[in-house]
Design a protein around this ligand. Structure first.
Ligand code: URA
Ligand code: CA
Length: 433
């Protein structure tokens, strides 16, 4: 088999066989196929697309390029959730203990990553002592006994995706549905998921700016999952403004606790119940989405979900007293209000820009080496659609530096007040097949 023939075949619009895709992925991962040929094929895929069968084969070929986590010693159907990324997305912190509390095993591998705030692990580490350095045996034992545990990324997962994603980044081939869908799905499958729930974000703060693009990506991923034997569902949700009220690690942990008590922001609560219902159904702990939602709501009302969160934190060495005393979480030195400059309705809070503002405070990482300040961030007191009066606080900045003129400049660019109100739709679509 020759790479040049595979490139020309795709360039001319034909579908590649499983053997051809495997030849490319194996050869590219081990260095036999050079970057210039791989980038040429990626560009051909960008223009010619891939069939459903090719997408499934590409996904599994990338899964098999490295280690695959074996969760077979954990009882039950392991459902993983993936979000395509957003600002102030506190859902994982709430969902993990919540679905675990109704019997869904949550065996989560998580990384730290870059971004506006830290990842799920950074947020959990706001609880003093919490650690994710578990052996595989401890991890399995914790999930079997308590239904939920989080472990730091281990092993060499999907090296083909790592290499190909970096190449796509510099060759104008990131924005291709078959390549994005196979990239995301390969990582979830390699991490051991039996079933997958996807939260595809749309809006200014998201990777997919329009609903049409988000929907195409969601359908592509759901079909890949179902074609390779992993039950998969997706929703399309709004990321034009940040999710919930808190953006920042400790602040989001506190928001998660409030949400588990049934006192969280409406949008975060609704998103959690929607995604959680899909997870419960995929884990076969309920037969309909409505029934699943009922279990989750009851678990919040009875306090069962909150108890699960406590045991989850303390099982991994964390100080669970913060659940009853969130005021004990690290506090930033200064709390500075950002006030409305005029009367009216908030019409825009650009998610991405507010994310950058929280990163400037120290809540996120620009490079892998950056150290995160877990106490800083932003708490929204108003959201898009809310009425404000001049001088009233729109948000509160939690900062450890007193001079934050640069943050104020950033916020001035990202928040708009107008005379007419509109409320964004939170959940655009639910995709179950
Ligand atoms: N996120 C991924 O993991 N892969 C892509 O290709 C795009 C976004
Ligand atoms: Ca939030």
């Amino acid at each position: 088999m020759r790479m040049i023939d595979i490139i020309e075949k795709k360039r001319d619009g034909y579908a590649l066989t499983k053997e051809e895709i495997d030849f490319f992925i194996k050869g590219y991962t081990n260095g036999d196929i050079p970057d210039y040929q791989a980038s040429s094929l990626a560009m051909a895929i960008f223009f010619q697309d891939m069939t459903e069968e090719e997408r499934a084969n590409l996904t599994m070929s990338m899964v098999n390029s490295g280690d695959v986590i074996d969760l077979s010693n954990i009882d039950g159907i392991k459902v993983d959730k993936h979000s395509t990324g957003g600002v102030g997305d506190t859902t994982t912190l709430v969902l993990a203990p919540l679905v675990a509390s109704v019997g869904v095993p949550v065996a989560k591998m998580s990384g730290r990553g870059l971004g506006h705030t830290g990842g799920t692990i950074d947020k959990l580490e706001s609880a003093k002592g919490f650690h994710v350095e578990l052996s595989e045996d401890e991890f399995v034992k914790l999930v079997n006994e308590n239904q939920v545990a989080v472990m730091g990324q281990s092993g060499n997962l999907t090296p083909a995706d790592k290499k190909l994603y970096a190449l796509r980044d510099v060759t104008g081939t990131v924005n291709s549905i078959p390549l994005i869908a196979s990239s995301i799905m390969s990582k979830k499958i390699a991490a051991g998921a039996d079933a997958i729930v996807l939260d595809v974000k749309t809006g200014s703060g998201a990777f997919m700016k329009t609903i049409e693009d988000a929907e195409a990506l969601a359908h592509a991923m759901v079909r890949i999952g179902n074609n390779v034997g992993r039950n998969t569902m997706a929703i399309i949700s709004d990321m034009s403004q940040p999710l919930g009220n808190a953006i920042g690690n400790g602040l989001e942990l506190k928001e998660a606790i409030e949400t588990l008590k049934g006192q969280g922001p409406d949008d975060l609560t609704e998103l959690v119940l929607t995604l959680g219902s899909q997870m419960v159904v995929l884990a076969k702990q309920a037969s309909t989405l409505d029934e699943a939602r009922e279990y989750l709501t009851q678990s919040i009302e009875s306090g069962k979900a909150l108890e699960k969160f406590k045991s989850f934190i303390s099982n991994q060495g964390g100080d669970a007293s913060i659940v009853d005393h969130p005021e004990n979480l690290a506090n930033a030195k200064f709390k500075i209000d950002y006030a409305a400059k005029q009367d009216g309705y908030i019409t825009e809070m650009i998610a991405n820009e507010i994310g950058v503002a929280s990163m400037m405070l120290g809540a996120g990482r620009q490079t892998k080496e950056d150290v995160i300040d877990l106490s800083v961030g932003i708490v929204l007191n108003k959201k898009v659609g809310d009425k404000v009066k001049a001088g009233e606080s729109i948000l509160t900045i939690h900062s450890n530096k007193e001079n934050i003129d640069d943050i104020f400049d950033k916020l001035n660019e990202s928040i708009r007040i107008d005379s007419e109100s509109h409320t964004p739709t939170l959940i655009h679509k639910i995709i179950t097949e």
